[in-house]
Design a protein around this ligand. Structure first.
Ligand code: ATR
Length: 271
């Protein structure tokens, strides 16, 4: 039940009506016995939205497309990692000061590290957008050797240069020793279920393959990876972990990731 004590949280983005974040947060808040509510705000003017957060004392806000980078100048403080990634996905209202964080990279890395020790591993990272940038930063921290590939070479070259990685055009990838492949593009996302960002010949037995796309849960890439004997990590892992990271920042308490994944699975079935 909401009452005069209820703390308000939310997500700002555009579009945002398809977001699963309200499911993650409201269900977790309830389970944790917190008097809090989380709403989706489809925002036209970022500046006005930030003023609203301050004016209404909204306690915490998730930030999604297209505002993750644009939001930075409006904040009072940004954690150094988020500043380096140039993307904030979480705002905490800390006594009137808006502080920006990034839980995407920790979410992705947490999911990968369940399966593999990333230090020194050869990783093929597909994509050069915000998600790829966050994951690439994490891989650098972990000491992986990363090849970046992307449809637009300019963006990939820029990201490779920023992080000290190697860029290779997708079609020229013929590297037998890849340990981990990560799809950080939107290729394969519903309704384009039949597409994979990668030719299946690149997939070899024993590789770990992670997809950030969670709709469908088993993308064509993960289906083909499974058929070739790879270990797969689906998009729910990163999604659940980035949300759990936000709850920890906002409340100081760690929610149960397995329960969040179960909530998300149920929500995806209902959709
Ligand atoms: P996000 O913040 O989720 O990373 P983004 O910044 O828009 O979103 O990045 C989307 C990524 O998916 C980019 O790497 C994009 O490739 P380009 O840099 O060439 O645009 C990739 N992407 C999206 N649609 C694609 C498609 N149909 N084929 C190949 N790559 C695609």
């Amino acid at each position: 039940m909401t009452d005069a004590q209820t703390k308000l949280y939310g997500i700002i983005g555009n579009p945002v009506r398809h977001s699963l974040s309200p499911v993650i947060h409201n269900t977790a808040f309830k389970r944790m016995g917190l008097n809090a509510a989380y709403l989706a705000f489809e925002v036209e003017s970022l500046e006005e939205a930030i003023r609203g957060i301050r004016g209404l004392g909204i306690q915490g806000v998730s930030v999604t497309i297209p505002f993750k980078t644009q939001v930075i100048p409006f904040l009072d403080e940004v954690e150094p990692v988020a500043e380096k990634i140039k993307a904030v996905n979480t705002i905490a209202n800390e006594g009137g000061r808006l502080v920006g964080y990034n839980t995407d990279w920790r979410g992705a890395l947490g999911a990968l590290e369940e399966e593999v020790d990333l230090k020194g591993k050869k990783v093929l990272l597909l994509g050069a957008g915000g998600a790829a940038r966050a994951i690439g930063f994490g891989l650098k921290e972990k000491g992986s050797q990363v090849i970046i590939s992307n449809r637009s070479p300019d963006k990939a070259n820029e990201l490779a240069k920023d992080l000290g990685f190697v860029y290779q055009p997708l079609l020229s990838i013929n590297e037998p020793k890849i340990d981990v492949i990560i799809n950080a593009t939107s290729v394969g996302m519903s309704p384009h279920n039949g597409e994979s960002p990668l030719h299946k010949n690149v997939l070899k037995e024993g590789m770990k393959v992670m997809d950030i796309v969670y709709e469908p849960l088993k993308t064509k890439l993960l289906q083909e990876a499974e058929e070739r004997g790879c270990r797969t990590i689906n998009g729910l892992e990163m999604l659940a972990r980035q949300g759990a990271g936000q709850i920890e920042i906002w409340t100081g308490r760690k929610p149960d990731i397995e329960e969040i994944k179960e909530d998300l699975r149920r929500a995806l079935v209902r959709k």
